[in-house]
Design a protein around this ligand. Sequence first.
Ligand SMILES: C[S@@+](CC[C@H](N)C(=O)[O-])C[C@H]1O[C@@H](n2cnc3c(N)ncnc32)[C@H](O)[C@@H]1O
Length: 242
Amino acid sequence: MTARGATLAAGTTADLSAASGLPLDTFRPDHVADRIERALAAEGVGGPGALADRLRVDGAARERFRRAVAVSHSGFFRDPEQFVALEDRILPRLLEHVERPRVWSAGCANGLELWSLAVVLSRLGVLQRSRLLGSDLLEENLVVARAGVYEVVEITSALRWQAHWERRDLVSGPPPAGRWDLVLCRNVAIYLTSAAKARLHGVLAAALAPGGVLVLGRTERLSDPDVLGLRCTERHVYERPR
Ligand SMILES: C[S@@+](CC[C@H](N)C(=O)[O-])C[C@H]1O[C@@H](n2cnc3c(N)ncnc32)[C@H](O)[C@@H]1O
């Protein structure tokens, strides 16, 4: 039986979670089944048990599987209309009452989301006094983010020094210390179960400073912003009232 479309046995999920070091039960079962099926083909193994055995002994295969399940891709100015909104409306409004903006890219993958935000902050003349944080589930993504070397762009060492990076599981662990004026969490919750998504959204909302803004991906929304103490200011954008 293929993994896709099948209900994965709890034992299979637990075995692959242990072998990969990923909390597979927080990701949507259909997404996990799809990634297992692709991994079976890519690694040339016969079933989930054999895949788990492979992941335990083959570090490269383990990293491929982890990055595939966590969907570790991003892009420079990905979904550019959201960066236009940030530059034209969201940040200018925020900067009316925030002197030193604290911005957090939650689920930052390879870091390009935070670096794109840094460009916008620079254009607005506030980069030098901003605090920049990127966090992700996977340490291997943060290694790429910290290095700041991409095909499309290379980040200057001055900017690299300014950004901070933390490994964080935002479904089962705490948020970073402090309150944040701007949080981007785009294309992270779409791969999660509804319970994990609710937990993630609760963590993000609680981390917002008064007047702080949460930006979700362009296909995402909060199911009940009121319950989280937030109000929707435009599509995919939520604010904690001051
Ligand atoms: C598709 S990428 C999104 C990257 C970026 N936000 C963007 O939209 O371009 C999803 C990222 O979420 C991270 N992620 C998944 N589950 C997570 C969790 N429980 N806590 C923190 N990050 C998580 C993955 O490791 C991955 O890097």
